[in-house]
Structure formats: structure tokens, C-alpha cells
Design a protein around this ligand. Structure first.
Ligand code: NAI
Ligand code: MG
Length: 491
């Protein structure tokens, strides 16, 4: 037996460690049997409803409204009324007070929101508790600070509110995406009609109670639930001045076509196929943690997920081995268990898409690895997956999978890494792992991606602008840049 093998024998992969369950209580949140649309500060009775479920158990949680044209009309009318009736002319320092209140209320009620987010969306409670909720509150705090400083942010340009903003968000970070959309819009004096994704409406509906507590004037924020038809009605509405959309590239393109020539402002935050690039001089164990966080965080339902791993050839073997060993320690299961690392896939539809692309990877000749893990019987689940032997032409290297699936490719030189990383229609994010600062800067200048993380991945901060190149969309959210889409200027 070689020295290396013996050493390995003595440190077995901890596959059979068992944890006692550590469930977060779902009693901290009360869910109504049915919700309407939140319009003009009141609940509108929905004409049609559908059931929203928990993807981890398929258990029905509530019935929510399928927004129709007339619901969107009323919501836009309420938003227009509130805009004209004082909100847009309120001093920035007064608008800021509401945003600060909302931020504080989100902090106070964080546990309730985190549990609801995990129940309705399937993400692990440790993520909704430690990432989604703190960041959502941070966004409101951050944009509260800008509300009375717009003249300083854009000197000599007379910044003014745009009007009514129509905002359509996806299901991967329901409350966080709501915050990214609503906070800058209100800071700039706009009013809002927002539609959450059809599978994850519940935290947006609970947020209406925060608006009531904050005593936000009626009509400033209106929430209409429903599917793509409701979204399309918002996009098409003639009295909406600006559309902010986060979701698939396919729908984003359709919206851009629809709005061409209308004069409506538009920002699109779409898909991604990020390159996470690991050089041979990196801190290997930290890189492995970063790779895991990059692709298995939120089940890989992340537009900026590090779904393409580029490893320098000389370290490919030890790195992949470490990565596989690390995967065996990931706990897949009940999103409300505090020990869970990977929760449920958000919907049956998304699970089908992941399965289809993974089958294509196997078919095209990539080598698949999944750690041994038992998936729950009910609900939608997919084991963390790594593909090696991946060619750039494979679908798993080209298309957004939006699931816990990593494709590993290799490179030899920095030039080759850049070329391969940029060989994608997307350009939302990238990661670089190296000890050399000069190489980080050299890479960051050449990578066609809105965000480049250095020796970390999936880090977010409200002061840092986020957005895409190419088919990942246009416009920036976060930071001072994130104010611009919600303002008109004299020029
Ligand atoms: P989607 O783009 O259909 O849904 C996103 C939002 O747009 C939802 O609120 C939906 O109701 C709304 N919507 C759908 N059709 C619309 C239309 N014609 N007009 C206006 N709004 C419309 O995304 P979907 O079908 O949930 O997921 C498909 C794929 O898209 C995923 O597998 C993933 O690859 C990608 N995606 C990317 C996201 C990102 O954060 N960039 C978020 C969600 C999905
Ligand atoms: Mg869709």
C-alpha cells in the first residue's frame, strides 16, 4: 500500500455522519387560506385563483390570485393616483423615513419571512435566514440613504421620478428580488406595480403587511400575483413608464421586442453561465469551498451561479478529487432543517429542465458524479452533480441549467481561460482564484461579465452594482448605478 493510500484510509470521507434533525419551527408564520391582490392599500378579491405549494413536500400552502387584465388596470391606476397624489413630490428625506421603517420591520420579522421563503421556495433555512433576509433589509437601508441625495448623486442633471414602474421578478430569490426592485424605485419617488413569480408569491404577500405597518401611503406599492399572462399585461399597459424584469433570456427578449418604440424605460436581468476560473497558485481548499458555494448555493437556482468551472490543467486532478469528497458532506433535504445545505428544486417544471440537460450531458459523453445521498420521496429533488470530461460544445457547457449541476473544463494559460470563459452568449458574472493580485486585475479587465469575484463567489452587497453583458441583459441594480433606471434627467 502506498503512503498516500494509507493516509487516505485513515481519513475516510465522512459519509455516514448523522446529525440529529434541527428543524426551524414553521409556527412562527401564519399563512392565510387565500390571498387577493394588494391594490391601493387594500386586498382586491381575485376573480380566479390557483394553489401555491411547498416544493419540498408538494403540500398546498394557500390559494392566490391569478391576476387578470382588470386587476392590472386597477393596480396601475392606483399607482398612477399615488404618484400624482403626493408621493413623487414628497421630499426625499420623507420618502427615506418609509424606507428605513420597511428595513427595520424586515429585520424585526426576519425569522417569519425566512421560514415562509423556505416553505414556499424550497431553499435551505440557513440561506433564507443568513442571506436573503439580511440582504433584503440591507437594500432598503441602503436606498433609504440615497432618497434625499439624488441631486448629489447626479449633480446638475435635475433627477426626477419616472412615474409608474412595472416590476416582474423570478422565483429564486423572491423577497430579495422584490427588495432590489422596490427599494430604488421608491427612493427615486416612483410608484410600483410588482408581480412575484407564480411559484413563490407568499413572501411578497406577507410584505404587504410590512407596508401596512410602515404606513406607506396606499397605492405606492401594489402587488398583483399570477403567471406570465399577468406579467405580459403589466408590460403592455400604456400607463406604465418603466419595466424592470428579472427572469429568463427568452421572456426578456420578448419584452424588449414588445417595448421597442414605446418610449418605456427598460432594464433586463436575465440568465447566465458564469465561469469560475481556478489557477494553480490558488488556495485549493478555499477554492473548493468557493466552487461549492458558487454552484450549490440555492440549489444552483442563481443567475450568476458558477456553473462552468475552469481548472488549470496541472491541478485538475487533486482539485476534482477534493471537490468530490466535499460533495459527500453536503446535506440534501428538508429546507426547514438548519443543517440542510441543499434544499428542494423550486418546481416540477424546473426539475424536468434539469433532468433533461443532465441526460443530454451523459448522452454527449461527459462523465457524471453524484455523491451518495437519499432524496426524500415527496417533493422535487436533485442530487448535487459534477460533470467532468466536458467539451465546450456540450449543451451542459452552453445552456443555463439553473440547478445544482457543475460542468468542469480545463485550461493551460490565462489567455486560454479568458477565451473559453467568454465563449458564451451570457455575461453576468465570473470568478477568479489565484494568489496573484496582478493576475486578478488582468483577468477582470478581459472577462466580459458584469461582476468578477476574486477569491470568492456569490457575494452581494447593496452598494455594488449588478447586471449583465450580452444576453444576460442590460441596466444595473444596486449602488448609485441602480438609481439611474428609475430617474429622468434634463439633458
Ligand atoms: P420566466 O422568465 O418565464 O419567469 C420569470 C418571471 O417572468 C415570472 O414572474 C413569470 O411569471 C414572468 N413572465 C413569464 N412570461 C412572461 C411574459 N411573457 N411577460 C411578462 N412576464 C412574464 O422564467 P421561468 O419560466 O420561471 O424559468 C425558465 C428558465 O429561465 C429557468 O430555468 C432559468 O434558466 C431562467 N431563469 C433565470 C432567472 C434569473 O434570475 N436570471 C430567474 C428565473 C428563471
Ligand atoms: Mg417561463
Amino acid at each position: 500500500m502506498s503512503e498516500l493510500d494509507r493516509k487516505r484510509d485513515r481519513t475516510p470521507a465522512p459519509q455516514d455522519w448523522t446529525y440529529a434533525p434541527a428543524p426551524e419551527s414553521r409556527d412562527v408564520v401564519s399563512i392565510a387560506e387565500q390571498y387577493g391582490h394588494f391594490v391601493g392599500g387594500e386586498w382586491l378579491e381575485p376573480a380566479e385563483t390557483y394553489e401555491t405549494i411547498s416544493p419540498s413536500s408538494e403540500e398546498p400552502l394557500a390559494r392566490v390570485g391569478q391576476g387578470m387584465q382588470q386587476d392590472v388596470d386597477r393596480a396601475v391606476g392606483a399607482a398612477r393616483g399615488a404618484f400624482a397624489d403626493g408621493w413623487s413630490s414628497l421630499p426625499g428625506s420623507e420618502r427615506a423615513k418609509y424606507l428605513f421603517r420597511i428595513a427595520r420591520l424586515l429585520q424585526e420579522r426576519a425569522r417569519e419571512f425566512a421560514v415562509l421563503e423556505s416553505l414556499n421556495g424550497g431553499k435551505p433555512i440557513k440561506e433564507s435566514r443568513d442571506v436573503d433576509l439580511p440582504l433584503a433589509a440591507a437594500h432598503f437601508f441602503y436606498y433609504a440613504g440615497w432618497a434625499d441625495k439624488l441631486e448629489y448623486a447626479f449633480p446638475n442633471r435635475r433627477p426626477r421620478a419616472v412615474g409608474v414602474a412595472g416590476q416582474i421578478i423570478p422565483w429564486n430569490f423572491p423577497l430579495l428580488m422584490l427588495s432590489w426592485k422596490i427599494a430604488p424605485a421608491l427612493a427615486c419617488g416612483n410608484t410600483v406595480v410588482l408581480k412575484p413569480a407564480e411559484t413563490t408569491p407568499l413572501t411578497a404577500l406577507l410584505f404587504c403587511d410590512v407596508l401596512r405597518q410602515a404606513e406607506l401611503p396606499p397605492g405606492v406599492v401594489n402587488i398583483v400575483t399570477g403567471d406570465g399572462r399577468t406579467g405580459a399585461a403589466i408590460v403592455e399597459h400604456p400607463d406604465v413608464d418603466k419595466i424592470a424584469f428579472t427572469g429568463s433570456t427568452e421572456v426578456g427578449k420578448a419584452i424588449q421586442r414588445q417595448l421597442a418604440g414605446t418610449g418605456k424605460k427598460l432594464t433586463l436581468e436575465l440568465g447566465g453561465k458564469a465561469a469560475n476560473i481556478v489557477f494553480d497558485d490558488c488556495a485549493l481548499d478555499q477554492a473548493v469551498e468557493g466552487i461549492v458555494n458558487g454552484i450549490y448555493f440555492n440549489q444552483g437556482h442563481v443567475c450568476c451561479a458558477g456553473s462552468r468551472l475552469f481548472v488549470q490543467e496541472s491541478i485538475a486532478e487533486p482539485l476534482i478529487e477534493k471537490l468530490k469528497r466535499r460533495l459527500t458532506t453536503l446535506r440534501v433535504g428538508d429546507p426547514l432543517d438548519k443543517n440542510t445545505d441543499v434544499g428542494a428544486i423550486n418546481s416540477a417544471m424546473q426539475l424536468d429542465k434539469i433532468k433533461e440537460l443532465v441526460a443530454a450531458g451523459v448522452e454527449e459523453g461527459a462523465e457524471i458524479y453524484q455523491p451518495p445521498c437519499t432524496l426524500p420521496e415527496k417533493g422535487y429533488w436533485f442530487a448535487p452533480t459534477v460533470f467532468t470530461n466536458v467539451a465546450q460544445s456540450y449543451r451542459i457547457a452552453q445552456e443555463e441549467i439553473f440547478g445544482p449541476v457543475l460542468s468542469v473544463l480545463t485550461f493551460r494559460t490565462p489567455e486560454e481561460a479568458v477565451e473559453k470563459a467568454n465563449n458564451t452568449p451570457y455575461g453576468l458574472s465570473a470568478g477568479v482564484w489565484t494568489e496573484k493580485g496582478s493576475r486578478i486585475l488582468w483577468m477582470a479587465q478581459r472577462l466580459r461579465a458584469g461582476v468578477v469575484w476574486a477569491n470568492t463567489f456569490n457575494r452581494f452587497d447593496p452598494s455594488s452594482p449588478f447586471g449583465g453583458y450580452k444576453e444576460s441583459g442590460f441596466g444595473r441594480e444596486g449602488g448609485r448605478h441602480g438609481l439611474e433606471p428609475y430617474l429622468r434627467f434634463d439633458e
